[in-house]
Design a protein around this ligand. Structure first.
Ligand code: NAD
Length: 490
């Protein structure tokens, strides 16, 4: 009886079993063929198309995510990734012929893309469909077997994915393991060929430490405080609308690329604030706590975390718009704060919620040092028509990615890599970069049995050394020179 009541746990033994099965499937060579990869990408496409309604409902349950946001940013973006793969995969899989040098003459060479093996994808709760399936489809396109560990903080989406992937995918090679810390730890103890983790930097360090034990490479898609610099020389209404849609219109600021804080000049701040207030009311009405067009805070822990940033006494007199909270509904209204101190809690960590502090400076150029004095953000934004300022921003500010005059759109361009730098992450994906994230570029050199110069073999002589030195340096003239016994200064 007692054993019947015991919760089924996914422990080290279960993790090792999954690994063994998937390793076996990978070794059988099944995942390598173009046909298998395409069949699985198509199955994922069909899965999200057939189940759009269920996905929308799961995200409503986990986050009260507005259906438009789900359809565009979760399902639509994922479908685009699949379409790009289906169009380009044959080309990506082709070995790339490369030139060889005289040192290996006669020879030819190529770079052969090779799947890594069995990979683990650990995903986050804020875009639980996209952040799970996008790396998974990259791993499949590259010919790997894959285990997905969705986030337990979006439970409806996690169990939906477990159900749907079991139904639509080849389960000998693609698996979902649901769970939280214990289950993820059991998975992390295994030897993977790559771990792709999306989430915060604290857990990123745990993942990297576990990976280091097995020399497993990682992609870490982390976060940080993304700045948005706003010049006075802009179309103010457009800038305000784009800031709002990139903040509250992206899962209520619970997005890694949401603007975390704004920097503008002291002179321009009042105009920007007025425009933001007007457009916020246009978008979400007079009572935004009731708006259906804005996600809620994901859970009570995160609500308490965001509320604490707002309740910090250092910012209590800095709230210039919003600030209302309804804990029973996990809602905090879109909130603007002006001139918060740099040592306030809100400036000390990633906000990941509906608060937007505005920092003012005398000259916008000061913003570069301000941004660069912090850890490197995942994205940095600037709104300006000033060509010189744009150029300086791109040249001087370090960030995972950058966007001029809009928010977040850079991540839907499949020809651009998406990923962080420094504390905001390591590695990247999207488009071809997803394929490459899960591929080893194998260097292959082909030679025949001709041209077997005795030069490279002992007994070594001075002439051999001279000619070999010239050969390694590669210049045809120096080789001729060495053969003829000319002295060289090199
Ligand atoms: P989360 O709480 O869902 O955690 C992410 C994953 O880590 C989950 O699968 C969870 O089960 C696992 N996990 C948690 N604690 C663990 C532990 N002790 N050991 C092993 N695994 C553990 O998500 P989160 O971290 O709250 O996500 C928000 C963060 O992620 C923000 O910093 C955000 O900027 C970042 N993020 C980055 C991207 C990106 O693409 N770069 C996208 C989304 C979110």
């Amino acid at each position: 009886m007692e054993s019947l009541q015991k919760k089924v746990v996914f422990d080290g033994e279960a993790a090792s079993m999954v690994m063994k099965e998937l390793r076996g499937s990978f070794r059988s060579g099944k995942t390598r063929s173009y046909e298998w990869r395409v069949s699985q990408v198509k199955a994922l496409l069909k899965m999200v198309t057939d189940n759009e309604k269920q996905i929308i409902d799961a995200l409503l349950s986990d986050l009260a995510k507005p259906p438009l946001e789900t359809v565009v940013y979760e399902i639509g973006m994922f479908k685009n990734s699949c379409e790009v793969i289906l169009k380009e995969l044959k080309q990506w899989m082709k070995p790339e012929k490369v030139k060889t040098s005289i040192s290996t003459f006669p020879s030819s060479a190529e770079i052969v893309p090779e799947p890594l093996g069995v990979v683990l994808v650990i995903s986050a709760w804020n875009y639980p469909i996209l952040l799970s399936l996008d790396p998974v489809v990259g791993a499949i396109a590259a010919g790997n077997a894959v285990v997905l560990k969705p986030s337990e903080i979006a439970p409806a989406t996690s169990s939906l994915m477990a159900k749907l992937l079991a139904e639509y995918m080849d389960n000998s090679c693609v698996r979902v393991v649901e769970g939280a810390v214990d289950e993820t730890s059991a998975l992390l103890d295994q030897k993977w060929d790559k771990i792709f983790y999306t989430g915060n930097g604290r857990v990123g360090r745990i993942v990297m430490t576990a990976a280091a034990k097995h020399l497993t490479p990682v992609v870490l898609e982390l976060g940080g405080k993304c700045p948005a610099v706003v010049d006075s020389d802009v179309n103010l209404q457009v800038a305000a609308r784009r800031l709002i849609s990139g903040k509250w219109g992206l899962n209520n600021g619970q997005a890694c690329v949401s603007p975390d804080y704004v920097i503008t000049t002291k002179d321009f701040a009042p105009k920007l604030v007025e425009s933001l207030k007007t457009e916020l009311e246009n978008f979400f009405g007079k009572n935004p706590l009731e708006s259906k067009d804005i996600s809620r805070i994901v859970n009570h822990n995160h609500f308490a975390r965001v509320a604490k940033l707002l309740d910090d006494e250092k910012v209590s007199d800095k709230i210039i718009h919003g600030g209302e909270k309804d804990e029973s509904k996990l809602r905090i209204s879109p909130t603007l704060l002006l001139d918060v101190p740099h040592d306030s809690l809100i400036m000390g960590e990633e906000i990941f919620g509906p608060l937007l502090p505005i920092i003012t400076v005398n000259k916008l150029e000061e913003s570069f040092d301000l941004i660069n004095s912090r850890t490197k953000p995942l994205a940095a934004y600037i709104f300006t028509n000033n060509k010189k300022l744009k150029e300086q921003f791109v040249k001087n500010v370090s960030a995972g990615g950058m966007l001029v005059n809009d928010i977040a759109l850079h991540l839907i361009v499949p020809t651009l890599p998406f990923g962080g730098v420094g504390d905001s992450g390591t590695g990247s994906y999207h488009g071809r970069f997803s394929f490459e994230a899960f591929t080893h570029k194998k260097a292959v050199l082909y030679r025949g049995f001709g041209g077997d110069a005795s030069l490279r073999y002992p007994p070594y002589t001075e002439t051999k050394q001279r000619v070999m030195k010239a050969l390694v340096s590669g210049g045809i003239l120096s080789i001729i020179g060495a053969l003829l016994g000319w002295s060289s200064k090199a």
